[in-house]
Ligand binder design. Structure first.
Ligand code: ZN
Length: 192
């Protein structure tokens, strides 16, 4: 019985590792979330991708998920991940994999580049509840990812505020042209 269980759980581990590799997981994630040996994982990785796993990279800092564009993606991923945990009882790396598949589906449906890799999504979940949390946007009410230790009194999400760099570029470079185009439209258009 014990042997059968061990075989079963090992088969599950291998299947999970293969799915993670298909999703683009790096070796660090595989080592952390499966009980397979490093040698076994490297062999699986090479078998699935036809290439050796890349060199280890330091994890992204938590701050990266607070930058405007990554923050929008991180907030979307976290909302899917939480939904699966709360309403479907999914846990651990299975919840991360399923949330990541749904995130990719959403990106495809909206023709956006998925800037979260599965390893980044996994890193995000590890920061969650420690360095990062969510707070409701004071403008639209949707939860978004914030610094857990510095939640502002009236936080505003990425959908409700343009990034500072874009606003500045717009003010410096585009305002006159934009205004002229607007005026012309006003003159040439109908009374609206
Ligand atoms: Zn908002």
């Amino acid at each position: 019985m014990v042997d059968a269980n061990t075989d079963h759980s090992e088969a599950d581990e291998i299947q999970r590792a293969v799915e993670l590799i298909h999703l683009g997981a790096r070796l660090q994630l595989l080592e952390s979330e499966t009980r397979l040996s490093r040698e076994r994982l490297v062999a699986l990785y090479e078998e699935v991708t036809g290439a050796a796993p890349g060199a280890a990279m330091p994890p992204l800092p938590a701050d990266w998920f607070l930058v405007w564009k990554p923050n929008i993606h991180a907030s979307l991923f976290i909302s899917i991940w939480r939904y699966l945990k709360t309403f479907f009882g999914m846990q651990g790396v299975d919840a991360i994999m399923q949330a990541y598949r749904l995130y990719l589906g959403h990106m495809q449906a909206t023709c956006l580049d998925p800037i979260l890799s599965v390893t980044r999504a996994w890193t995000l979940t590890r920061y969650f509840g420690v360095l990062l949390d969510t707070a409701p946007c004071s403008a639209c009410g949707h939860d978004f990812v914030v610094d857990a230790h510095a939640v502002k009194s009236s936080p505003v999400c990425g959908f409700c505020r343009a990034p500072v760099a874009e606003t500045t570029a717009h003010r410096e470079g585009g305002e006159l042209g934009y205004k002229a185009a607007g005026d012309r439209t006003g003159q040439e258009g109908d009374s609206r």
